[in-house]
Design a protein around this ligand. Structure first.
Ligand SMILES: [Zn+2]
Length: 101
């Protein structure tokens, strides 16, 4: 089981001077925005599903800034002010998802 990389390793020296490796479970990582990779706000890794996500559209996937940007671009594409190909490649997938609804 210690070959699994889900365990973090910590080098420790025992009182007898022997070097040992202590294994401990990694804490769950904080979710990051899929576009700008900023840490997502309003999320706690302790507790149930509702604490680990937002109920907003793209909650738990995109940060608030990028969500606003995607919604803005989505409405522009919908109104024909912009072409889908003019949207950056990272945001295009999310704009498409918005338009599909
Ligand atoms: Zn973002």
């Amino acid at each position: 089981m210690h070959r699994s990389r889900s365990f973090r390793r910590a080098q420790r020296v025992t009182s007898s001077g022997r070097k040992v490796i202590h294994y401990r479970r990694a804490k769950p990582a904080m979710p990051h925005c899929a576009i700008c990779s900023a840490e997502l706000n309003g999320i706690s890794m302790n507790g149930g599903r509702s604490r680990r996500t937002n109920s907003r559209v793209f909650g738990g996937v995109l940060c608030a800034k990028c969500t606003a940007e995607v919604i803005k671009l989505g409405s522009r594409v919908e109104q024909g002010e912009m072409k889908l190909n003019d949207v950056g490649i990272k945001r295009r997938a999310y704009v498409l998802q918005l338009l599909a609804h």
